[in-house]
Design a protein around this ligand. Sequence first.
Ligand SMILES: Nc1nc2c(c(=O)[nH]1)N[C@H]1C(S)=C(S)[C@@H](COP(=O)(O)O)O[C@H]1N2
Ligand SMILES: [Mo]
Length: 320
Amino acid sequence: MLIKIPKSWQLSESDATPENIYKERRRFMKGTAAVITGGIAGSLLGRDAFAAWVRGEKLPNVVQSQYTTDEELTPYDDVTQYNNFYEFGTNKGDPYDNALDFKTKPWTVEIAGEVNNPGIYDVEDLLRPHQMEHRIYRHRCVETWSMVVPWVGVTLADIIKRLEPTSRAKYIAFETLHDPKQMPGQNRNVLQWPYVEGLRMDEAMNPLTLLATGVYGEVMPPQNGAPIRLIIPWKYGFKGIKSIVKITFTEKEPPTSWNVSAPREYGFYANVNPEVSHPRWSQAKERRIGSFFKQPTLMFNGYGEDVAHLYSGMDLAKYF
Ligand SMILES: Nc1nc2c(c(=O)[nH]1)N[C@H]1C(S)=C(S)[C@@H](COP(=O)(O)O)O[C@H]1N2
Ligand SMILES: [Mo]
């Protein structure tokens, strides 16, 4: 029998750091003087202790999920400092640098369209009735890098059931906040704003699909899509829309940002598929952040057992 000993980040509460303290520490780290002070503090405390000092607030009442991989985790600093979040800039380090002061509290999510319980919900009210889980997922970007991330979140299907979509709801559409004052990247036309995404209803209802609100047992840092973002582990990362403010149940397939921007390169489905190349590069291999060698990419990112049935009879080269 395999006995699993939970890692420290999987344990709940106890040594929680209030969010404002965490923010003050990060802010303190931002200035030039702080780099010097940080350097001294870093050498006094030791690198790990110092990193822990600037970490986030622990999320309470999180349980282990059955849907979890035991692959080696990508370190916290890579998960939170190597990001795609074009609202905060197009370089990998931009979201970490520019999203520090992003206001994620209070936060509301509008529920609209073909649904019996539409309205404007506080994000806490949307999540609270449901069980929070630790889910370690493979995370594969279309750019061919990948990570293994311990998300914390709620099964999207649980929320959808409570909202009661009507029989006309065939798809679900998501929208990111549009606020160029806070999101400097939205002053440039790299994409049409706001960022939008969508899923077919059966994809959204699959138990693997997660509305995530944390990483490593802690409150989601803004650069990872706080306070809630979508995670669909068998699809390319760009489907995992961040900082969601609106969820609409629709009859027709909704537009999705990358498909609108480059329809030949990015489809609605965006399932991880080593056999279907991006027009400009192969998707057969990926590089785990932190490792030197490439490894083969798995069909449906290795989640085929749970999701292949959703696409039976579909030509995945056409519906890419
Ligand atoms: N709103 C929004 N969501 C987004 C993006 C973005 O630019 N804006 N980038 C996507 C891409 S391309 C990827 S790979 C993942 C990256 O998530 P991570 O930074 O938490 O690893 O977020 C996705 N969600
Ligand atoms: Mo991506």
